[in-house]
Design a protein around this ligand. Structure first.
Ligand code: 5GP
Ligand code: ZN
Length: 134
């Protein structure tokens, strides 16, 4: 007997490591609407929402709909998506009239201060930013 039935059962149970990651990921749940958020922008590739602990008058998180754990986990095929996320940040900044300036941040990994393991851009604006960041 082949192993096909067992494999099929495995897929039907949705137990691939990717599926487990997505099921446990808070930003995947926000993107899907399973956890409520204040929507700022959405399209077929991305979802942007207000940060729950804003660090500036404007603090928007821009996440890909696809689960990518971090910038470091992005692969070659994600190049157009990465560009799209930056474009979305600039579009939101225009919509929010951040003509005086703003900051786009990607925290990566523990030393980078990343606390949610689903790639996202922070768009911060509405106040003067400091440099260097902490
Ligand atoms: P990181 O530290 O990974 O760069 O950024 C994660 C951000 O997600 C933080 O600024 C944090 O305030 C925000 N955040 C964490 N959980 C939630 C949530 O459930 N809803 C929203 N809207 N933001 C969240
Ligand atoms: Zn995710």
């Amino acid at each position: 007997m082949s192993g096909a039935p067992a494999n099929r059962g495995h897929r039907e149970a949705g137990c691939s490591s990717y599926t487990v990651l997505v099921m446990s990921c808070i930003f995947c749940k926000i993107v899907e609407g399973a956890i409520p958020s204040a929507t700022v922008y959405k399209d077929d590739q991305s979802y942007a929402f207000a940060d729950i602990h804003p660090q500036a008058p404007v603090h928007v998180l821009i996440a890909p709909r696809e689960h990518i754990g971090s910038l470091a986990e992005a692969v070659e095929s994600h190049r157009p998506l990465l560009g799209h996320l930056l474009w979305v940040a600039a579009e939101i900044a225009r919509a929010k009239e951040l003509g005086k300036g703003y900051r786009v941040v990607v925290n990566n990994g523990s030393d980078g201060g990343q606390t949610v393991d689903h790639l996202h851009l922070h768009l911060l604006g509405g106040r003067s930013m400091h440099w260097p960041p902490g």
